[in-house]
Design a protein around this ligand. Structure first.
Ligand code: SF4
Length: 350
């Protein structure tokens, strides 16, 4: 008999399913009907081998043959961490080290440091070395080799460094720590509001976490150029400066407040349209949900239409409205299921 490999998860959407491979960081889209019929035949070797997607799944090394009926799945991935925050996006300024020092004791492991000018880095460089940082993204700044080496040599916790600049260069490593150049598109991913395939975070952490929380907002902090904090760069409303806290407890009180955590616990499964999307466990979406009772919604449309499984720009792409899904301001989306069915049939023939 055949089985899916342990690091494979399947998420069924409205029309298509996503086969997520955590080992390779890839995903594959397969029509629900096709995948479901394959899954139900897994115990029958002949049926499995004759199935239209068997060759594809074998070639992609997603399935394997075994005599064991039950394969132990990776159900116990523990995503809980005893930290208040996971990621910090900081627009560097003179006092950037003070900001980092204040935030670091809240458990942040990944810093996105946006360098807007040469002067910023003067206060930043080697002082970073003494922190417990796992990943650093230097955005807009081509940090010098020697400085980087010093930071890495002193800080044993660093496992990767990314340099986000316009023109890509060849990646290298310093003492086993990979230094990767990332296209400046990456900055758009942090700050802009559009959803595209590049915003998919194919990690087990994200997959399990996204069941209960909104991956974009959860445990993140943004510090702007003047030191004002917010949950993320695209939110307003918390008019508090990072320097105004007298002690760590005051800081913790703010980041655990209902205002700061407003969007943390709105998973995609509770947001209209996204809840029908096969990518909702790997998609990191910067749009702000409008809270509307049990089911929230986004005002703007994503670049992917999960009902017909088409991205904007694909042949036969249709907007939600063209598929019979009408947006009503203040209410959310209204679904014309007959029209959706008709459009799916016209595009995919099932
Ligand atoms: S519909 Fe929602 S979950 Fe799907 S790709 Fe768009 S934003 Fe992500």
């Amino acid at each position: 008999m055949f089985r899916f490999k342990q690091k494979i998860e399947i998420v069924y959407g409205y029309t298509f399913a996503a086969l997520i491979n955590f080992e390779s960081g890839e995903y594959f889209s397969i029509p629900n009907l096709l995948l479901k019929s394959f899954v139900s035949n897994l115990n029958n070797e002949v049926e499995t081998k004759n199935h239209p997607i068997f060759d594809f799944l074998t070639r992609k090394k997603l399935i394997f043959q075994t005599d064991l009926k039950n394969i132990k799945k990776n159900q116990t991935v523990d995503i809980s961490k005893p930290n208040y925050l996971n990621n910090a996006v900081i627009r560097a300024r003179d006092k950037v080290m003070t900001d980092i020092n204040s935030i670091i004791c809240l458990g942040v492991e990944t810093f996105f440091i946006v360098i807007d000018s040469e002067t910023d880095i003067i206060s930043l460089n080697c002082k970073l070395a003494k922190q417990h940082i796992k990943s650093i993204y230097f955005i807009n700044y081509l940090i010098e080799y020697d400085t980087l080496k010093e930071i890495i040599n002193i800080n044993q916790n660093i496992i990767c460094v990314y340099i986000v600049i316009k023109d890509s260069k060849e990646d290298f490593a310093i003492d086993g720590v990979p230094i990767s150049y990332v296209n400046s598109k990456f900055e758009d991913q942090i700050f802009d509001l559009t959803v595209n395939e590049f915003n998919f975070a194919i990690t087990e952490q994200n997959y399990y976490e996204s069941k209960k929380v909104n991956s974009y907002f959860y445990k993140n902090i943004y510090v702007d150029k003047n030191g004002f904090i917010n949950n993320t760069p695209n939110l307003n409303g918390i008019d508090i400066n990072i320097n105004s806290f007298n002690n760590i407890q005051e800081f913790i009180t703010v980041i655990l407040s209902s205002e700061f955590t407003k969007y943390w616990f709105i998973p995609k499964s509770e947001i209209q349209v996204c809840k029908d999307c096969e990518f909702n466990r790997i998609c990191v979406d910067k749009r702000i949900p409008i809270v509307n009772g049990k089911e929230s919604y986004y005002k703007s449309e994503c670049n992917y239409n999960p009902y017909i499984a088409k991205w904007k720009g694909d042949i036969a792409y249709l907007s939600l409205l063209e598929c019979g899904i009408e947006f009503i301001d203040g209410e959310g989306y209204r679904f014309d299921r007959k029209k959706i069915k008709k459009q799916i049939k016209e595009i995919w023939g099932f």
